[in-house]
Design a protein around this ligand. Structure first.
Ligand code: SF4
Ligand code: SF4
Length: 183
């Protein structure tokens, strides 16, 4: 079952009550207790029996807000949407994005010649997605990205390119969340 989504109002000033933290701690305890009693009573009356998901054989339905690894959006013509502006590279708190741009066509347009993400350093925070003005890098639903070598953790542009048609949930979510209209 996907979890519910809470929209965080970043422009809203914190109230005095929130800044004291005590009320937030009480709220956290109430939520924890609510889940505990709901699960316990649900189990006792036979309405809740499954508490374990046998991943990877079984999967849960992730919420639209779920953030897997970042990927590059590929347009219908096979090209990347990215214009190599470097904003995501700048926004990344772990410095795991490396971009080398190149000019295309008449030299007015740019694209990344190199676009690498060191996925072992990525913390799936989504700041690159938020910084991107082109909707060119988005958080996919892919999380099974382990590797036993350092080189295997370096994802290149060719590995990261994902058709936009495979990303409808996340693209829809960020368009709503960031108040963006489709290109
Ligand atoms: S998700 Fe966060 S850590 Fe990962 S590449 Fe984007 S900004 Fe960097
Ligand atoms: S992914 Fe977006 S922010 Fe990053 S370089 Fe490309 S266009 Fe700029």
């Amino acid at each position: 079952m996907p979890g519910s989504v809470i929209t965080v109002r970043r422009d809203q000033a914190e109230t005095l009550l929130a800044r004291i933290y005590l009320w937030e701690i009480v709220k956290g305890c109430v939520i924890t207790a609510r889940h505990f009693w709901r699960n316990l009573i649900g189990y006792m009356i036979g309405r809740r029996r499954t508490f374990v998901v046998n991943w990877p054989e079984e999967k849960v339905g992730y919420s639209p807000a779920f953030r897997g690894m970042p990927v590059l959006v590929q347009m219908e013509n096979g090209a990347e949407r990215c214009v190599a502006c470097g904003l995501c590279e700048k926004a990344c708190p772990t410095d795991c994005i490396t971009i080398f741009p190149e000019e295309v066509g008449d030299g007015i347009q740019r694209r990344p010649k190199v676009f690498d993400i060191a996925i072992d350093r990525c913390m799936f925070c989504g700041l690159c997605e938020e910084a991107c003005p082109e909707e060119a890098i988005v958080m996919s639903r892919r999380v099974e990205v382990a590797s036993i070598t350092k080189e295997g953790c370096l994802w290149h542009k060719e590995d990261l390119l994902t058709p936009a048609s495979e990303l409808p949930i996340r693209l829809g979510h960020i368009r709503n969340g960031y108040d963006r209209s489709p290109n």
